[in-house]
Design a protein around this ligand. Structure first.
Ligand code: S3P
Length: 426
């Protein structure tokens, strides 16, 4: 994909696709509920389709028509043994959350994924699940997929998670549904709480206090209607593009603004910018709003601490925004970036250096001295969807042409990304 620098403002309205995290959970929890769950606004990206395929392979009837999905749930104990290995594709969320569910089943299962997923750390779920007496192992012993899981009687635990990870927290809570006593997870900082909200919406008994959440076992989950809001992680590309490109005015409709996910809005405020917010509404505990983005001048800021889990997936494109903003931006406490779909510290630094930015990697983030003009270049994505979209946004303000390698990887989370960008340019 070649993207040229933009000479005209970006204008128009976009409905970004459904939230990836909520879409995954709707299939998983809908499958474990009794009755028919209807989902609208589902993200038909490759990651969420991997989740659908895994549950179909366990005997759940799931009908999808575009962004509408119907799940014929069979209850907490209604999954059937899959006939082969469950393929999670590129999706860490599928593998980690599914591990928690499979740990409590009466049948064995094997999980694998693509080359990237097979290098991502799974000890973070193997360890707490093992303390719950689950029989789960990394087949090669390197702490990565393929994973094999055998039937076991699960025991409730109080888990002190070393990382603020919603995938780890959700894995343990989902396993906790099958445990003998209550299960709790305490995190170092609060990560996204979509699992907690959705489980409650389906009738599970959950108590959240500070960074600790406790779930009671064996709930009677009842099917529900789910309306998935637009994904703020996808909106992030147009939030940054609209802020950077002179004269722009973009309306992003129905974007999820769950407070555990809205860190990018706080960063824009810290950089001296303002985002208009209208039409605020809540469904199933998830709040969404229409966001109005206009071009503004911004200054650097420091991003770290409990803010990091609230914007972890947006950091590559926030780094682009920092390269545009005047002055220095420091991103710290973000070592988790190294274990995403790619090593996002290395890739962001390579991308922005190729484009002429002043950026220094650190152990847990990066330092960006912004305000230097960017120029085009050839950008490697390592098949990481968020790197491709971040590069496309940087290309808009970079002089000349930018080539994005393996740009199709946007299919993971935002299949129509380039079309939506084109609409705003027209
Ligand atoms: C997700 C949690 C985050 C995030 C990922 C989706 C989820 O990962 O980066 O894209 O849906 O629970 P971690 O749990 O590894 O932080």
């Amino acid at each position: 994909m070649i993207i040229r620098s933009i000479k005209q403002p970006l204008r128009g309205a976009i409905q970004v696709p459904g939230d990836k995290s909520i879409s995954h959970r709707s299939v998983m929890i809908g499958s474990l509920a009794n009755g028919t769950t209807h989902v609208s606004g589902f993200l038909a990206g490759a990651d969420c389709l991997s989740t659908i395929e895994c549950f179909r392979a366990m005997g759940i009837e799931i009908v999808r028509s575009g962004t509408d999905v119907t799940i014929h749930g069979k209850g907490l104990h209604g999954l059937q043994a899959p006939s082969g290995t469950l393929d999670c594709g590129n999706s860490g969320t599928t593998m980690r959350l599914l591990s928690g569910i499979l740990a409590g089943q009466r049948f064995p299962a094997r999980l694998t994924g693509d080359a990237s997923l097979q290098t991502r750390p799974m000890r973070r779920v193997i360890d707490p699940l093992s303390s719950m007496h689950a029989q789960i192992a990394s087949e090669t012993g390197n702490g990565c997929a393929p994973l094999s899981i055998k039937p076991a009687d699960l025991h409730g635990i109080r888990y002190q998670s070393p990382v603020a990870s919603a995938q780890v927290k959700s894995c343990v809570l989902l396993a906790g549904l099958y445990a003998d006593t209550e299960t709790s997870v305490t995190e170092p900082a609060l990560s996204r709480n979509h699992t907690e909200l959705m489980l409650q919406g389906f009738g599970a008994q959950l108590c959240a206090e500070g960074t600790t959440v406790t779930v009671l076992p064996e709930p009677d989950l009842a099917a529900a209607e789910i309306t998935v809001p637009g994904d703020i992680s996808s909106a992030a590309y147009f939030i940054t593009a609209g802020l950077m490109v002179p004269g722009s005015e973009i309306l992003l409709t129905n974007v999820g603004i769950n407070p555990t996910r809205d860190g990018i809005l706080e960063v824009v405020r810290m950089m001296g910018g303002r985002i208009g917010m209208e039409n605020i509404r809540t469904s199933g505990g998830e709040t969404s709003a229409d966001l109005l983005i206009t071009h503004q001048s911004l200054h650097g800021c420091t991003i770290g601490g409990p803010l990091i889990p609230r914007l972890i997936d947006e950091l590559p494109v926030i780094a682009v925004l920092a390269a545009f903003a005047d002055g220095t931006t420091v991103i710290r406490d973000a070592q988790e970036l190294k274990v995403k779909e790619s090593n996002r510290i290395d890739l962001v630094v390579n991308m922005l250096r190729t484009m002429g930015a002043d950026i220094i990697p650190t152990d847990d983030g990066m330092i960006i001295n912004g305000g230097k003009p960017l120029h085009g270049g050839v950008i490697e994505t390592n098949l990481d969807h968020r790197m491709a979209m971040s590069a496309a946004v940087a290309a808009l303000i970079a002089e000349g042409e930018t080539e994005i390698r393996n740009s199709d990887c946007v299919l993971i989370s935002y299949p129509d990304f380039y079309e939506d960008l084109k609409k705003l340019r027209a």
